[in-house]
Structures are given as C-alpha cells and as structure tokens.
Write a protein that binds this ligand. Structure first.
Ligand code: UD2
Length: 308
C-alpha cells in the first residue's frame, strides 16, 4: 500500500472561507483534503493543487456522501453574519442547524474518527463575568448565536447517544489577512487596517473601552489540529481564545503604530447590542489539549503589514 493511500481523508466544509482556507494550507500535505464549499464568501485566490474542491452545499446529499467517505470532518461552513441572521432567521437556521444536522446524520453510521464543529463565542450573549468559562450561561442575543448553540447541542448529543467522536470549539474574535475588509460583517481589525492603509482615521463605536479577545487564525488552526489527534477531546466544547483582552482603543493605537500612520482616532456612537467586555478562559483547552496560543496580537498585526 502506498503512503498516499494511508493518509487520513479530511473533509473541510467551508474550506474556502477564512478558517477553512488556513486549515487547508496546514493539512493538505499531511492528509488527503477535500473541500466542500458553496462559494458564498471566499477571498481565496488559489487552492493547493492536491486539494479536491467540490462546489456544493452542506444541506445537500453530496455533503452526506462526502462525510461517509471521510475519516475526519471539520465543519467550518456556516451562515456567519449576526446581522443577516437578524434579518432572516430561517435562512440562518437552514444553514447552521439543518446543514449541521445533515452532516451529523451522515456521520452517525460512518467510521469517522473525528467530527469537529466550529461554534462561536456568540453563544454566550451578554458577558456576566470574565474570563468567560465554557460553563458561563449561554443566552444568545441573535438567531446566529442560537443556531450555533443548537449545532453544538446536536454535536454533543450525537456523541452521547450515538458515540460519535465529536467536539466543538467556540472561537472568540478571529482575525487574519484573509478576512475581507469590504464585507460589512467583517471584524474590527480588518476595518482598522483598511483605514490605516488609506491613512484615514479608524472609527471607534462607543468610548473604545470595550474589550475583545483577538485570536489569530493560526492559533485556531493549531487548536483544531490538536483536537483531531486527541480522543479525550470527544464530547467536549472548548473556548478558542488567547485568554487576553485588549480594548478597542488599544487595538486602534497598535494598528496605527504597526502601519506607522499618524491620524487621530474618530469616535462614533456605540453600536446597538454591542457587548462591553469579552475575554476567554482557556484552561480547559490547555489542560485537555495542551493548547497554548502562539501568535501575539503584535505579531498577528505584523502579518497584515507584510501581506501588502
Ligand atoms: C463578534 C463576531 C460576531 C459574533 C459576536 C458575538 C467577528 C468579526 N464578529 O462580534 O460574529 O460572534 O462577536 O458576540 O468576530 N468596532 C469599532 N469600529 C469598527 C468595527 C468595530 O469600534 O469599525 C467595535 C465594535 O463596536 C465592537 C468591537 O469593535 O465593540 C468588535 O467588533 P467586531 O465587529 O469585530 O466583533 P464583535 O465582537 O462585535
């Protein structure tokens, strides 16, 4: 048998998206990677040649067939916009709940060794205390948060009821140069960097004292790789953050320094529904997975500066 045929078959749903595309880069030389993506949001220009890309939807039969032909499934595909979920909760649920269920149901009687589900820190809703542990109350403030939580619950239920080797992560604020700054739903880091490149003022909503736990996509990929290897992770949900919080004003200053731009920060009224403080407790991921975030925010921001 050749080495090639011994390789794990990994299916990455949403493999052209932000997290999925970096996973592809990290895994395609070690495993036989297949991407299922509906091309709804991609900033990826070229996919490595050894990766099989299939255009299709997680709700369709093709997705179920691909799951059955895989050893590992990493499910990153989702409707990712909080705002869009508020406008069309049914569309959100069809993707994030029924799409996930379609994959889980296909995985139920298959021989897969791992099903990784990418949830969101949006499941927590308003922060009652920081750092936020996985047992913090989960009271989502949007259909998106509710659908992500439902997806998690199904993953954990399939583990308990059917023995599926599934686990979930709840990423905090992920950033990477592959986040499209022109997308209205994209994160504060991409927006501030776009402004800095144009030598324009970053716009802060509110007083800038709000905090976030910004995690590089590379650390998210590291955590997912640890999950694939670790049987003790099955049946668990892990916060995916750095455990460090940064105020939005600090972030704006760091970005202006990184890009060597001297412009004043502009302040606008607070965004309705904005959460004030957010920071993850990652003790569980440290203990069970041996996870340690490696990319400091300073170095993560430098990566953007090197890109263009
Ligand atoms: C994050 C997720 C979102 C959902 C939510 C749950 C991202 C991009 N979004 O929203 O999907 O999971 O958490 O709580 O990860 N801000 C500015 N100026 C700007 C843009 C943003 O001041 O130009 C502020 C914004 O008001 C907020 C903070 O920066 O206080 C972070 O905003 P964000 O949109 O990057 O992410 P967040 O935490 O609201």
């Amino acid at each position: 048998m050749s080495i090639q045929s011994n390789m794990q078959r990994i299916l990455i749903t949403g493999g052209l998206g932000q997290v999925g595309s970096y996973l592809v880069d990290a895994l395609h030389e070690k495993a036989k990677v297949t991407v299922l993506d509906n091309y709804s949001s991609t900033t990826r220009e070229a996919v490595p040649q050894d990766v099989h890309v299939i255009k299709g939807d997680i709700k369709d039969e093709i997705a179920a067939n691909l799951v059955k032909q895989s050893d590992v499934v990493i499910h990153t595909a989702a409707q990712i916009s909080v705002t869009a979920s508020m406008e069309n909760p049914l569309f959100d649920a069809q993707n994030n709940i029924f799409g996930t269920l379609n994959l889980l149901e296909a995985a139920r009687n298959s021989a897969i060794s791992k099903f990784v589900y990418i949830s969101s820190a949006a499941v927590y809703g308003n922060t009652l205390y920081t750092p936020i542990t996985e047992s913090h109350p989960q009271d989502p403030l949007s259909p998106y948060g509710a659908s992500k939580l439902t997806g998690e619950k199904y993953c954990m239920m399939y583990n308990k009821a059917f023995g599926l080797p599934s686990c979930c992560i709840r990423p905090f604020n992920i950033y990477s140069p592959r986040q499209d700054p022109h997308n209205p739903y994209s994160g504060v880091i991409s927006r501030f960097i776009e402004k800095a490149k144009a030598k324009q003022s970053p716009v802060i909503f509110g007083d800038g004292a709000q905090t976030r736990d910004f995690i590089s996509v590379h650390d998210i990929v590291d955590m997912i790789c640890l999950l694939i290897e670790n049987e003790n992770a099955n049946g668990h949900v892990f916060n995916a953050g750095t455990g460090k919080s940064t105020t939005v004003t600090e972030l704006a200053s760091m970005i202006l320094n990184t890009f060597d731009v001297d412009v004043p920060i502009q302040y606008m009224p607070e965004r309705p529904g904005d959460i004030k403080y957010s920071c993850s407790d990652i003790s569980s991921a440290k203990k069970i997975l041996g996870f340690e975030p490696k990319v400091s925010l300073e170095n993560g921001l430098m990566e953007f500066a090197k890109c263009k």
